[in-house]
Design a protein around this ligand. Structure first.
Ligand code: FAD
Length: 422
């Protein structure tokens, strides 16, 4: 009898999860597990995972646990160093193999290497991109360095995502006599009430993701997506798929399959095309991580070795929304109060920190990591690099003039008024 551990990482779903499906097909006993990151303080002096992200994650885990429970299984939740915790769990359950998704970022890759070093067999599956890397007209090493060249090559070759897989009907039972320890209560509090101003008033988990996707399509919002996506504060202005994509409660393939069905029924237009376009950006940043790996994590990214300037006091004013630049301060208040920020506001506040405050982009990326409910290591890191000009932006970085942005996106002052207080 083979006992296998399935380690859920950023793939908190049963459907369209090839790694989980493989584990279900090969194991006679399966131990589904999630490892909570240990409490950490960043080198910039704040907790690494903030309350909004913890709360959204808790919703995703509760939903996943319920779905496993409905199939006669259960979710084991471990706290602390994942390598030590997983090795101990393997010892306890007699599992020789751990199956999980592959994540192409240095810390996540180091966890896999450390697990291998314990003698465990770790079977990693690449599954987080819309497009299968093997279907692309270039190898990972030859990924074009410019997004437009990547997109055009994909579109010219007619590459399409494969269809999403259904959830496994059966999940192998837990090992005989194994009873998961009760989940330790969270030591750090969540926000008590959601901020009524939030542009993301939704819960974590695959069920909430499915409900959101269904109503988004039913209301035909893809058709207006391109025209509204750059607005600052509306719930319907952009898709709001990102928090579920980042936690893996929803896959990009699931979205695209439903979007194709929507287009077949209601017609395609520039708006529905643009959702594919933006999901390609997400893929591109993941593939860039496969190509460059640790090199993206140097202080100056792909551009040599110099350390960026930094000023802790200026950085503290930025993250607490006290720069004196009204639009930027409004954005930083929204982020702290809700864990969400529109793409345009992310660009504006990131540019401000890097280009106007002359602070280290890695401090800003770490603050986003702590705050964002859609924190995604590849998308966050690569977007910061892009704006700082240390990634693959052919223009060498993006500087957003706050006055111009204010005139274009908040001329009537509504956004600044909405977030004029914390
Ligand atoms: P929509 O506009 O509806 O886009 C649909 C989907 O396309 C998104 O859910 C996302 O998966 C993808 N997408 C859109 N824009 C981008 C982009 N620039 N890069 C990568 N994927 C994109 N996105 C994250 O998911 N996690 C992050 O941690 C993150 N950090 C960011 C940091 C900075 C400095 C910037 C400028 C952008 C960051 N983004 C990040 C990208 C983008 O801002 C969010 O994906 C988007 O705002 C999420 O809202 P939405 O789902 O409504 O997006």
């Amino acid at each position: 009898m083979s006992t296998v551990i399935y380690w859920f990482r950023n793939d908190l779903r049963l459907a369209d999860n090839p790694a989980l499906r493989h584990a279900c097909q090969t194991a006679s006993r399966l131990v589904p597990v999630y490892c909570h990151a240990p409490d950490q303080t960043t080198e910039w002096g704040f907790e690494r995972v903030g309350p909004h992200r913890r709360q959204f994650l808790a919703g995703g885990l509760a939903d996943l646990a319920a779905q496993l429970g409905a199939r006669g299984s259960a979710l084991v939740e471990l706290h602390g160093d994942p390598v030590g915790s997983l090795a101990a769990l393997a010892h306890q359950t007699g599992a020789r193999q751990i199956v999980c998704e592959a994540i192409a970022a240095p810390e996540e890759a180091a966890e896999i290497a450390a697990l291998h070093a314990t003698g465990l067999d770790v079977d990693c599956h690449w599954q987080s991109t819309l497009l299968d890397p093997d279907s692309l007209p270039f190898t990972s090493e030859r990924l074009p360095d410019v997004f437009t060249a990547f997109r055009q090559a994909v579109e010219k070759a007619g590459i399409a995502p494969r269809l999403p897989l259904p959830a496994p009907a059966l999940v192998p039972p837990l090992p005989d006599g194994f009873a998961p320890a009760p989940v330790a209560p969270n030591t750090q509090p969540f926000p008590t009430t959601a901020d009524p101003r939030s542009a993301f008033p939704f819960a974590g988990g695959a069920s909430a993701a499915e409900a959101h996707l269904a109503q988004y399509l039913q209301r035909k919002l893809p058709h207006t997506y391109k025209a509204t996506r750059n607005r600052l504060a509306g719930i319907d202005d952009s898709s709001k798929f990102s928090p579920w994509l980042a936690s893996g409660a929803l896959s990009a393939r699931q979205i695209m399959a439903r979007l194709k069905a929507f287009e077949a029924e209601h017609g395609a237009n520039e708006g529905s095309y643009w959702l594919w376009f933006e999901l390609l950006w997400r893929d591109y940043f993941r593939l860039l991580h496969r190509k460059y790996g640790r090199r993206l994590y140097r202080a100056s990214g792909l551009n040599g070795h110099h350390a960026p300037a930094h000023n802790p006091d200026v950085f503290a004013r930025w993250r607490t929304g006290q720069t004196g630049e009204a639009l930027v301060d409004a954005g930083m208040r929204e982020l702290a109060a809700t864990g969400y920020l529109s793409n345009r506001m992310r660009q504006i506040v990131a540019s401000y920190l890097i280009h106007e405050c002359a602070c280290d982009w890695r401090a800003g990326a770490a603050w986003f990591e702590a705050q964002l409910i859609d924190y995604d290591v590849c998308s966050n890191h690569a977007n910061w690099l892009y704006i700082a000009g240390h990634g693959t932006d052919p223009r060498g970085g993006r500087r957003f003039n706050p006055d111009k942005q204010t005139r274009e996106y908040d001329a009537d002052g509504r956004y600044r008024a909405l977030w004029s207080r914390p």
